[in-house]
Write a protein that binds this ligand. Structure first.
Ligand SMILES: O=C(NC1CCCCC1)[C@H](C1CCCCC1)n1c(-c2ccc(-c3ccccc3)s2)nc2ccccc21
Length: 233
């Protein structure tokens, strides 16, 4: 039986990531807002662009706190942010969707999202992902590390020094692996399941531009920041 122990250095790394993650969490109020009222497709689209814009700003702040990130080549820093922003948005959305809510609220939230203006064909892959994240019952350390690992994906488009990114991602993967063994001793496959979600996240990434342009309304307006991040317009 492997004796797994998180070293002092690994605990320090985890603390930095979790503190940054908690400091840079945008308020969960999007779920509360969606539960309060039924909005039109136009209002929902505007809400998404507002939430997404603030989430990208938050993501940049979180990423700056990842040890070593600011020492990477500057173009590579941009390539990593651009390449992971949508996945981080879906990962955060999944965590918001899976958070504990009073009885019946999750069903109302799901209904509101189904009727938000996103075309039908994307609902199944999106909710399958949200539910598979929910089933993992991740603790915040796992959520924070998974977000950092997503950002530090070496094979994003246009990344020049992939080895430098791997050198930052590997210690995060190792801490997460140990954490999973300690947190879920009776489930040796838990770490593998967690990483499997990142593969599912990439498929959602693939749909995102079409989800936006097919939003049930005409004249989709995007901020310049979102045009950069969302490959639209
Ligand atoms: O506000 C939201 N997400 C915030 C993003 C930043 C981080 C916090 C969450 C949206 C709302 C959906 C309904 C209409 C308003 C916007 N949302 C989604 C998304 C479905 C599709 C999404 C998308 C992203 C990029 C590109 C193409 C499509 S995000 N899933 C949610 C699950 C639970 C609560 C909200 C959720």
């Amino acid at each position: 039986k492997e004796k797994v122990e998180i070293t002092k250095a690994q605990r320090a790394l985890m603390k930095v990531i979790v503190d940054a993650y908690n400091r840079h969490k945008i308020p969960q109020d999007v779920a509360k807002k969606l539960l309060q009222d039924q909005y039109s497709a136009e209002e929902n689209f505007l809400l998404l662009t507002e939430m997404a814009t603030s989430q990208v700003q938050v993501l940049v702040e979180f990423t700056k706190n990842i040890p070593g990130f600011l020492s990477l080549n500057h173009e590579d820093q941009i390539a990593l942010l651009k390449g992971s922003a949508v996945e981080a948005m879906f990962l955060r959305s999944a965590q918001v969707f899976s958070q504990k809510m009073p009885n019946g609220h999750t069903e109302v939230l799901e209904e509101r999202i189904r009727k938000s203006g996103i075309s039908e064909e994307f609902m199944t892959p999106m909710f399958n992902f949200y539910k598979s994240i929910g089933e993992l019952h991740m603790i915040e350390e796992e959520q924070a590390l998974l977000t950092a690992i997503t950002i530090l994906t070496p094979d994003r488009p246009f990344v020049k020094d992939q080895q430098a990114v791997e050198r930052l991602q590997e210690p995060m993967l190792e801490v997460l692996r140990k954490l999973c063994v300690l947190q879920h001793p009776q489930e040796p496959q838990y770490f593998a399941r967690l990483l499997g979600r990142l593969t599912e996240l990439r498929t959602l990434n693939h749909y995102h531009a079409e989800m936006l342009t097919s939003w049930r309304m005409n004249d989709h307006k995007f901020t310049p920041l979102l045009c950069e991040i969302w490959d639209v317009q």
